[in-house]
Write a new protein. Structure first.
Ligand code: SAM
Length: 622
């Protein structure tokens, strides 16, 4: 030890060393801390051979740190002693990060401490995961030469993600104005290229969101798909809200999610995705690591099921092929697989090294298991975090808040599945929840609103309730007189996808409906024939009043026909009404509908979905 020049140490009277000792004995209640204090005093002396007052410059000296560990290794010191040194240094950095009053509020300093801890961790792993000195030196050489292993690359990403999450925290904690231009660019780089429309149209599949890409704004077919996690979705949102508006330059870029640095539209999204893909070093390395990670049969199974082998061994051309995989299931499976392989899954920031057992390695999964994300809760305090064995820094809290934000937005949107809300209604819903911070604005919820899918409609209590009670707001019966007779008009505005009302009546088989048809030849027909889930059915609304609502004139049956300008469209679904599965025809708006506009749907003269009812109306210019 002495021979290696490792025994010199700073005096215990040095201010920072005295304070560190106090921190160990008082704050951390370490009874026998002198050995630890001495180890740190030696380490600091090694890192700073001159001067009487220890500085914190060692945080910038990665090469000297590596040398220090190498010198320890080269002595006859036992592995346990070296490990002790490492633990003591990590303690010391924690002390600096958490306690030193001078720097406590300096986030740059805290980041520096975090990066240093990660460097020490990496070196510790390198030392303790190898048995022979030869393999140690090979690893060490690889590290300093820059030929990184997959795990080391993951470390790099983890460091980058910390900075990213810090900005994310600022954005969602109402500090968005303080995010510098450089940080905005950094955030943008981290998220990379997708488009506005695709972002808004993202689809939930299992626990991920699948985003489809079309080539440019006139393209109607989807060109490519990729998947992001719920957590990533939360990251994208502050970009969309706070950063993107500042980057939009020309008109063309308005419908793009990412723009070029000059604020113009990204010309080829597919190329952009390709570039993003290539730039991900971890994924590139994953390609070469795949052979050692999966068995041959696993790889074959994977290739057969998800086409992922081609992706994993991809060239740019194959990457493009991947992006053209339109089937959401294969996109999701590939994302999951790649996440596992590359360590790039959303949980990467919290990947554990099982062997280490260090508390800062506790995963975000275990964090949210300990502190479940609820709509009404708050993230844990620093004391709660540390008491539960998590790092005192705010990284996990920021992620927690991000998830809460997304959950709250989803919750608000679930109030309005049936119809697009006005901002005022959303504001009232937010006020009712009593949320003061970390919630989307009313405008954002309105903007995010999308027509519900059939699955969502089937579970929507507002729709079920409206059908059951036959109380539909915003539609009214109007007498047009003459041959046309009664019809239905909008008494409020509707947006595309809004559900306006149902075609109410008794659901019978088409066979039974056909039998009834001859008896109603000379009057207006109200028999709606349709096929749903391979069953031929008919809604018999011939009677003015139905059996279930004998006092009510239901509106849907009075909607008139137009084949040229229909503004609503019937769609069948299955609703559980009063514990009974009931087939229901709902009318959805085909576009925006103005107040007083008459509702019309295509009776299906050609498709005969209304059994020829429209045939009599063919003379109409409707
Ligand atoms: C389902 S009912 C619609 C309500 C009907 N107007 C009433 O007063 O009861 C269908 C009938 O309405 C009439 N109708 C529907 N669309 C029409 C239109 N565009 N112009 C004139 N009459 C129409 C036809 O007589 C048709 O048989």
């Amino acid at each position: 030890m002495q021979a290696a020049g490792l025994y010199k140490k700073f005096s215990g009277d040095a201010e920072v060393i005295k304070d560190f000792k106090k921190y160990l004995s008082v704050d951390l209640d370490v009874t026998n801390c002198q050995q630890e204090v001495d180890n740190v005093a030696r380490f600091l002396r090694y890192m700073q051979p001159t001067g009487d007052v220890p500085t914190l410059d060692f945080l910038k000296k990665s090469t000297d740190t590596r040398d220090f560990f190498q010198d320890l290794k080269n002595t006859d010191m036992t592995a346990a002693t070296i490990l002790n040194y490492i633990k003591n240094i990590l303690h010391f950095v924690d002390y600096l990060r958490n306690r030193l009053a001078l720097v406590a509020t300096n986030s740059e300093f805290r980041n520096q401490c975090q990066a240093y801890k990660e460097l020490v961790e990496t070196l510790r792993k390198a030392i303790f995961k190898t048995n022979s000195k030869d393999s140690l030196s090979t690893r060490y050489q690889r590290f300093v030469d820059g030929t990184r292993s997959l795990r080391e690359c993951q470390e790099v990403l983890r460091v980058a993600e910390k900075e990213f999450l810090h900005i994310f925290g600022m954005l969602i904690n109402k500090d968005s104005a303080k995010v510098s231009a450089q940080q905005r660019t950094y955030y943008r780089y981290y998220l990379e290229a997708i488009l506005v429309r695709e972002w808004l149209d993202r689809k939930p599949v299992d626990n991920v969101r699948v985003i489809g890409i079309s080539n440019h704004k006139t393209a109607t077919t989807q060109l490519a798909s990729f998947a992001i996690s719920q957590e990533e979705e939360a990251w994208f949102q502050p970009y969309y809200k706070h950063i993107r508006p500042g980057f939009i330059g020309d008109l063309d870029s308005c419908d793009r999610f990412f723009t070029s640095a000059k604020g113009t539209a990204v010309s080829s999204v597919t190329n952009d995705l390709g570039r993003m893909h290539e730039s991900q070093e971890v994924r590139r390395i994953a390609q070469t690591e795949v052979d050692s990670t999966f068995t041959t049969s696993q790889k074959e199974g994977v290739a057969r099921r998800y086409m992922a082998q081609r992706y994993m061994a991809h060239t740019t051309a194959v990457a493009k092929t991947h992006y053209r995989m339109l089937d959401p299931a294969s996109v999701v499976q590939t994302a999951v697989l790649l996440g596992k392989l590359s360590g790039c899954s959303p949980q990467r920031a919290s990947q554990t090294d099982e062997a280490s057992g260090q508390q800062e390695d506790r995963t975000f999964d275990s964090f949210i298991a300990a502190f479940p994300v609820t709509n009404d809760g708050r993230p844990p305090s620093q004391k709660q975090r540390t008491d539960a064995g998590f790092s005192p820094d705010r990284t996990f809290c920021d992620k927690w808040r991000g998830l809460q934000y997304v959950n709250r937005r989803r919750y608000l949107l679930s109030h309005f599945q049936m119809r697009k809300p006005a901002a005022g209604s959303v504001s009232r819903a937010i006020a009712k929840e009593g949320w003061q911070t970390n919630h989307p604005s009313a405008d954002e919820v309105v903007k995010m609103w999308r027509p519900a899918s059939r699955e969502n409609v089937e579970g929507d209590k507002h729709v079920i309730n409206s059908v059951d009670r036959q109380k539909w707001k915003g539609v009214a019966i109007k007498d047009f007189g003459g041959e046309k007779g009664l019809g239905v008009v909008a008494t409020r505005q509707f947006a595309r996808g809004d559900i306006l009302c149902d075609y109410h009546g008794e659901v019978i088989t088409a066979k039974k409906g056909n039998k009834k048809m001859p008896s109603i030849n000379d009057q207006a027909g109200y028999m709606f024939f349709f096929t749903f889930r391979e069953k031929h059915l008919c809604v018999d609304a011939q009677s003015d009043y139905c059996k279930c609502h004998p006092q009510l004139e239901t509106v849907g049956r009075l909607i008139n026909h137009s084949s040229k300008r229909p503004n609503v469209k019937p769609a069948a679904c299955l609703l559980n009404i009063n514990s009974k599965d009931t087939t229901v025809i709902l009318f959805k708006a085909l576009g925006d509908i103005k107040v007083d506009e008459e509702l019309k749907f295509d009776y299906g003269v050609k498709r005969k979905s209304f059994r020829g009812e429209g045939l009599d109306l063919q003379w109409l210019e409707e």
